[in-house]
Write a protein that binds this ligand. Structure first.
Ligand code: ATP
Length: 893
């Protein structure tokens, strides 16, 4: 269908819809059933069997399978089958875990799915993009990613970047006029907006003409990249560690086997010893547990309102040393209220809170009727004309649909008894929308007599540069330097009280002047100033303090005036006494080197444009910081991408910034960033905890085997026992360590260096030393029992096996802390207690359940044996050892 050739009436008829009313709820439901969800099917998902087979392509597992096969061929059938069964079980677990992780990633995607404003039964409602159907009337605005193919019905300076479809990176200017031609290329269809393209400027409405796979994008869907999960840096490091361990294990195995053969042992026996060593050296369960710990961590973050888009962010968060945060809405409540209005020579005060449209006007402490004061009522009318926001009342609460700054202005007008109904006969015929770089917005209004007026509102310092006149009562007078100084003084007064200021200027257009002329915003007449309060968020102050103690510096970046920013920063205790505030103008004058030199002292960047953000990120990074940066507008995307952790706003953010970010704040609050950092640190620490636990086990196993070989004794453990320990009895407690609560001081430590090895801060020492002790007590248990009854090898092996498992299960409680086993309540992590009990039960099953005894080479142990086993097993954990933990660095932020 060539929608671009049709006019509005034809489209409405064809799609059975109405531009002023939209579809009814019933119609929308029916169409959704008929057309299906508005989704572009991703590449055929990988088959389940493939996913299952994938589990075994791991090099560690391959080595194990190869060795098992050979030992099977050599006649050890039962062992080979048992090992195969355990490996298979592990593969199955891995498969289910991967599926679960995939599902939770899909859920995350859903959480960050775009929301669209749709006209339904005559009211604008929010829907997810998946629910769109042909015939829906939708709004689009700067920063949106278009969700379906639209025929535009009404546009306002709308520009759309369509490079995904056309390859053209310069945004296309849109209009609503039908194109009376057939066979027009996508790039020339100026009255269409296509699914997947980006609104870079302006706004508009359109009717959905195609959804899902019927859209232009759907037809080229095969070009879309599939969503492949990229391993995080830590996962990659562990993969490398795994490879090193394998090479080490193979070398060790070969050396031991050759030595044994040289000493005259049979080749077959030596091969078995080699396999046992290889199994002992490799932490088979580790990769799967890391994946699960990361995905569980991501779930916990969602509970704290932080949605992770890139898994690597979880790790990077723990290293963040600077958080650059927007002010409005993130550090402040985004509940703007006009408190002061200045029209030349008159300074008014307005009462009321939030968006509740009730309040009084005062002049010189006396209550006045705003409508009886013509300058005041005029400026309020002008701001109404130059604003889009609407006041909504939902569940008894007043809210704003649109920009909060404009919302505050509309509420102030309503307090004076003015609404859009009072503006009949006045029509906006042209608009230059607000953007953070220009810091102003302008409309051209035509009255009933055909006279045209310009109304501009924006940052005072920007508009005053374009002002030549000042309106004083009914007179228009030249804007002399003295008058300008006075207005600046008024502005300073307001900004010092932490108010955001907006100036309003007007101009009457000459009949000869073109309303689309770019000179429109020159030679304006100053009409007045508004002072708006946006109180800081209480929880933000607390979060900033917590971050400070954690060695993370919070930096405010705002488009607002320097004084306003400074006053709010002081209220939030973000700005220390020695801290500096840098204005966008000063920043523009500086070279990158100068900025880098001064940046450690800067806590507030004010009156900045979005492109400054990129320089700020780079400067901090060049000084060795790991930077988290928030953003909401389209122009913030480059800085968000360049930062180490790009953060976007779930409520107020645009689709473009969301896509560039690695973390989305569902509630837009600064405190959520703090929670995410805390979780990030905790997840990393938990991963370290179970790496320590699992590797200590491996060290113990290798040592006990090696020592026994050196002492020319039989092997204390058989491969299937070692595998049972590595995958089963160790697996559950390791997972539970991944769920551990953080240590009390997790937000009192400095950020972790990104270069830091997983084994830093004494972890390597702990693994080797405790592992050594675990190996030693297992060996002692084995030697004593073996010497008592050398004919009964299985008995001694069972004692060694049980000692090893019990030593591990006691040691797991030590792994919870960087300090000592006594520093934490052993019952503090109930899942760990549950996991340890389950592991003990599993151990008892393989020792006491007769049918399993031949498979696991175990025999029944009398109760008395346990006393002596438990005493030995406790030694590795309770022997005092230096904590190996560095003293905390003093933190300077
Ligand atoms: P932050 O970065 O802290 O979120 P911000 O993004 O709200 O601040 P901008 O939106 O860039 O900052 O606003 C900069 C200045 O532009 C404001 O101080 C105000 O004077 C002016 N301004 C903000 N919104 C509007 C608007 N809708 N119309 C006209 N001027 C505006």
């Amino acid at each position: 269908m060539k929608w671009y050739t049709k006019n509005q009436r034809e489209i409405e008829e064809q799609l059975q819809t109405n531009a002023g009313h939209g579809l009814s709820e019933k119609q929308a439901e029916e169409r959704l059933r008929q057309h299906g969800e508005n989704e572009i099917a991703e590449q055929v998902s990988v088959s389940r069997i493939y996913l299952f087979v994938q589990q075994f392509k791991d090099f560690m597992v391959l080595v194990l399978l190869g060795a098992t096969l050979i030992s099977g061929l050599l006649g050890e059938y039962i062992d080979a089958i048992a090992i195969m069964a355990i490996v298979l079980l592990n593969g199955l677990l891995g498969y289910f875990q991967e599926q679960k992780a995939e599902k939770s990633m899909a859920k995350l995607k859903e959480l960050s799915a775009p929301v669209v404003t749709v006209l339904q039964d005559g009211v604008w409602v929010n829907k997810t993009s998946r629910e769109l159907v042909p015939g829906d009337i939708v709004k689009v605005k700067t920063g949106d990613r278009i969700s379906a193919d639209l025929r535009l019905l009404d546009v306002n300076a709308l520009e759309i970047e369509e490079s995904v479809l056309t390859g053209e990176s310069i945004p296309a200017v849109k209009n609503e006029q039908p194109i009376p031609k057939e066979n027009v290329e996508l790039g020339d269809q100026h009255n269409m907006a296509f699914s997947g393209t980006l609104v870079t400027r302006g706004s508009g409405t359109g009717v959905v003409v195609a959804t899902g796979m019927s859209t232009a994008m759907g037809q080229i869907a095969s070009m879309l990249s599939s969503t492949e999960r990229i391993p995080t840096p830590l996962e990659r490091k562990l993969e490398e560690l795994g490879k090193i361990l394998i090479v080490g294990a193979i070398l060790l195995t070969v050396a031991v086997a050759l030595l044994g053969i040289y000493q005259g042992h049979p080749i077959y026996e030596m091969f078995l010893a080699g396999v046992s060593l290889a199994v002992a050296a490799i932490p088979e369960g580790l990769p799967a547990i890391v994946t699960v710990a990361l995905s569980l961590g991501v779930q916990r973050m969602i509970k704290r309102k932080a949605v992770v888009r890139k898994l690597s962010a979880v790790e990077t968060l723990g290293s963040a040393s600077v958080v650059c945060s927007d002010k409005t809405g993130t550090l402040t409540q985004n509940q703007m209220t006009v408190q002061q209005i200045y029209v030349p020579k008159q300074h008014y005060f307005v009462t009321g809170q939030g968006y509740h449209p009730k309040g009084k006007f005062y002049l010189n402490r006396k209550k006045i009727d705003p409508l009886s004061t013509s300058a005041l009522s005029q400026i309020l009318k002008n701001t109404l004309l130059c604003s889009h926001a609407e006041i909504l009342k939902t569940n008894g609460r007043f809210q704003i649909d649109g920009d909060p700054t404009e919302g505050a202005l509309v509420v102030a007008a309503e307090k004076a008894g003015l609404s859009r109904q009072n503006l009949q006969g006045l029509n906006v015929i042209h608009e230059i929308p607000f953007d953070s770089a220009r810091k102003r917005m302008t409309v051209v209004v035509k009255d009933e007599k055909g006279k045209r007026f310009v109304i501009s509102k924006g940052a005072p310092d920007v508009l005053l540069k374009r002002t030549s006149w000042i309106q004083e009562g009914s007179e228009r007078r030249p804007f002399t330097p003295k008058k300008e100084k006075h207005i600046h003084h008024m502005m300073e007064r307001m900004t010092n009280e932490a108010l955001r200021t907006i100036a309003v200027c007007v101009k009457e257009l000459d009949p000869s002047e073109n309303e689309k002329d770019f000179q429109l915003e020159n030679h304006l007449t100053f009409a007045g100033l508004f002072g708006l309060m946006d109180p800081p968020r209480e929880e933000a102050a607390e979060a900033i303090e917590t971050c400070r103690q954690a060695g993370v510096k919070t930096v405010m970046i705002t488009g607002d005036h320097v004084n306003t920013a400074q006053a709010i920063a002081r209220q939030l205790k973000l700005l220390p006494p020695h801290g500096k505030v840098l204005g966008g103008y000063q920043l523009s004058q500086m070279t990158d080197e100068e900025l880098e030199a001064i940046i450690p002292e800067v806590y507030v960047f004010a009156r900045v444009s979005p492109e400054h953000k990129l320089r700020i990120v780079k400067a901090f990074q060049n000084r060795g910081h790991v930077v988290a940066m928030t953003g909401d507008g389209v122009n913030d995307a480059p800085a968000i991408k360049a930062s180490d952790i790009g953060i976007s706003m779930g409520k107020g953010g645009t689709d473009v910034t969301k896509e560039a970010s690695s973390l989305i704040l569902m509630d837009d609050h600064f405190a959520t960033i703090k929670s995410a950092i805390e979780e990030g640190r905790n997840i990393y620490e938990n991963i370290r905890k179970f790496i320590r636990y699992l590797l200590a086990s491996n060290v113990g196993e290798i040592l006990v085997m090696l020592f026994a070989m050196m002492l020319a004794m039989p092997l204390p453990l058989v491969p299937v026992q070692i595998l049972w320990v590595n995958l089963v009895t160790d697996g559950l407690p390791a997972l539970a360590l991944g769920l551990d609560q953080p240590e009390k001081d997790v937000m009192k430590r400095p950020p972790r260096s990104q270069k830091e090895s997983v084994f830093a801060r004494g972890l390597g020492f702990k693994i080797v030393s405790r592992g050594f002790l675990i190996g030693l007590v297992t060996l002692i248990a084995f030697i004593f029992t073996y010497q008592k009854s050398p004919d009964h090898l299985a008995y001694a092996q069972t004692v060694a096996f049980v000692t090893l498992v019990m030593a591990q299960l006691i040691h797991v409680f030590d792994c919870r802390s960087d300090y000592s086993v006594f520093s934490r309540n052993p019952l503090g992590n109930l899942s760990l207690v549950g996991a340890v009990i389950s592991s003990i039960l599993l151990l008892l099953v393989v020792v006491y359940f007769e049918p399993l005894q031949p498979i696991f080479h175990t025999v029944e142990l009398p109760l008395t044996e346990w006393i002596y086993i438990l005493a030995l097993s406790a030694i590795p954990t309770f022997i005092w050892m230096p904590s190996g933990k560095e003293k905390n660095h003093s933190i300077h932020v």
